[in-house]
Design a protein around this ligand. Structure first.
Ligand code: P6P
Length: 335
């Protein structure tokens, strides 16, 4: 494959499809550069003062890892001066971060989980940064939390960076899904996959099985049928994977198919699910749909869900279309 850099890809997409206006191109390049800096911090491990927990909790009530805070600060500092953003929102911050008045405000808003899968940091399992881009509504300078409460189908771009054996940036601007691999010798992002497609069928499911007794009946029915294998109603054997790092599980599904599920749990019935809608489920749903897959909350398309709160949670079923359709149908039948 001819060596194509991230910048060249973005310029060519703008020239051929007009899908990446100047400010969006700058935003994507700045986020990609920030992910390189996060990769350097992640890869230091015990050699840098980056492992272990900080002495603080985030808005989710979760103990923050040092790398959660470092990654969040890298993304805020990299993005606030460029003039491409009006504000940012992060899993690690209670409220939105409005671009300071000393900088020009742009037409986009950036949302991110700066380091997803934090429980894996100290045990050297792949983790990642997830980001979502929305257009700022209205043209006055002010921006409020309500401006972020847009359904995921309004995203201008979405992607993640996975810090694994390779460091890869996976991106969509609404014209398919592409992947770039970091060339550490030159520090450049090189296009390595240009049209990622998720197979419609799969024999691999991803879910935290230890929660099985707490799921709703349709969720248990779907998984029990997978476990029944060849002699059961599905007539085929299934494999299971659960990395407990959403970026890693979703990346595997984009690469070879599968279904990822984090469903409602009766232990906290008021919570729709564990994962956050705006900066985890929405960007991943945009990527999965752009790669030919499907993503629902068990009842409706995730990208159609209208958020009520910045840190709202949602049930997630995403991946190979025929499997997501099946598990969604089981949920809808119990309506
Ligand atoms: P559990 C990581 O903390 C995360 O938010 C996702 O990346 C991951 O899919 C999920 O939680 C893992 O949850 O309950 O299996 O530890």
């Amino acid at each position: 494959m001819k060596r194509v850099s991230l910048t060249q890809y973005l310029v060519e997409q703008q020239r051929e499809h007009g899908m990446i206006p100047g400010q969006l191109r700058l935003l994507i390049e700045v986020v990609a550069r920030a992910c390189k800096r996060i990769a350097i911090a992640v890869n230091k491990g015990a050699l840098g003062d980056v492992l272990g927990s900080a002495s603080s909790e985030n808005v989710q009530g979760e103990v923050q890892k040092k790398l959660d805070i470092i990654s969040n600060e890298v993304l805020i500092e990299a993005n606030e001066w460029g003039g491409h953003l009006a504000a940012m929102a992060s899993e690690e911050m209670d409220s939105i971060h409005v671009v300071p008045n000393r900088y020009p405000q742009g037409e986009y808003m950036l949302l991110f989980d700066p380091l997803d899968g934090s429980s894996n940091i100290d045990v050297n399992v792949s983790i990642g940064t997830i980001f979502s881009v929305l257009r700022k509504v209205g043209h006055t300078r002010g921006v409020s939390e309500d401006d972020f409460l847009q359904p995921g189908k309004h995203q201008a771009a979405a992607g993640y960076c996975i810090y694994g054996p390779q460091t890869q940036l996976v991106l969509t601007v609404g014209n398919g899904v592409v992947a770039f691999t970091l060339d550490r010798e030159t520090g450049s992002w090189v296009l390595t996959q240009s049209d990622i497609r998720i197979p419609e069928d799969t024999k691999e499911f991803a879910i935290n099985m230890s929660n099985m007794r707490h799921w709703a009946p349709p969720m248990r029915r779907y998984v029990e049928e997978c476990l029944a294998g060849k002699t059961g109603p599905r007539g085929k054997d299934f494999n299971m994977r659960w990395v407990a790092s959403m970026v890693t599980d979703v990346h595997r599904i984009l690469m070879r198919g599968g279904i990822f599920m984090y469903p409602w749990d009766q232990r906290e019935p008021e919570k729709p699910g564990k994962l956050r809608l705006l900066y985890e489920a929405n960007p991943m749903a945009f990527l999965v749909e752009q790669a030919g897959g499907a993503a629902t909350n068990g009842r409706e398309r995730i990208l159609d869900v209208v958020p009520c709160k910045l840190h709202e949670r949602v049930s997630v079923m995403l991946g190979s279309r025929n499997e997501v359709d099946r598990v969604t149908a089981y949920h809808q039948q119990t309506e």
